[in-house]
Write a protein that binds this ligand. Structure first.
Ligand SMILES: Cc1cc2nc3c(=O)[nH]c(=O)nc-3n(C[C@H](O)[C@H](O)[C@H](O)COP(=O)(O)O)c2cc1C
Length: 180
């Protein structure tokens, strides 16, 4: 099906902006409706052919994913695409961990899942997130420095040096999936 012929809803839940940025890029590219997750009720989605849901990753959970997982039966005839935005590097292991943590076997079979890299700026976090991240830092520091792998070192470095991996080109596989 071509871009114009499907009615697409792009729904997002974003805490610090990167998921929103990806959702805006996707909605613009496919001429979809951009909707903020908390405003959406499942009944509002019946007119759409394709539901694209994006949520930021917090402790492996995809924010707002319940809109899909709690209403799966009502949405079962629709094309469903979920994307999660996190800071971890893209590895098959990390992606499988996110999928297994958030979806049942039945849902896994029916949706298309994508992982996109976002941004992290410790100074801009709210108090609770700062405390959570400090706890994670403390846990990591309990390990000996020499045992830290490159990804963990990069994570620790990002507390002092903000990182931003958001990249419009990264949405290409999602656009391709919508247009299938
Ligand atoms: C408390 C906390 C927990 C996080 N947990 C994860 C995680 O489990 N995996 C990951 O890849 N990124 C994690 N991140 C990084 C965020 O997912 C990343 O900053 C993302 O860009 C946030 O999306 P948003 O800007 O749309 O809110 C975490 C960030 C915070 C503050």
């Amino acid at each position: 099906m071509g871009e114009q012929s499907k009615k697409v809803a792009v729904i997002y839940k974003s805490k610090y902006g990167s998921t929103k940025q990806y959702a805006q890029w996707i909605a613009r590219r496919v001429q979809g409706d951009l909707l903020e997750n908390f405003r959406v009720k499942v009944d509002d989605l019946q007119d759409y052919d394709t539901i694209v849901l994006g949520g930021s990753l917090h402790a492996v959970g995809i924010k707002g994913v319940e809109l899909i997982t709690d209403n799966f039966r009502e949405l079962k005839n629709k094309q469903i695409i979920v994307f999660a935005v996190g800071c971890s590097p893209v590895t098959e292991e990390a992606i499988n961990h996110i999928i297994n943590h958030n979806f049942t076997e039945e849902i896994k079979e029916r949706i298309n899942f994508f992982y996109l890299r976002g941004a992290f700026n410790y100074k801009k976090l709210n108090l609770i997130d700062k405390l959570l991240m400090l706890a994670l830092k403390f846990k990591i520091k309990m390990q000996k420095k020499g045992e830290l792998d490159e990804d963990t070192k990069a994570l620790l470095d990002s507390y002092d040096n903000p990182v931003d991996f958001t990249d419009e080109e990264a949405i290409a596989p999602i656009i391709e999936s919508i247009n299938k």
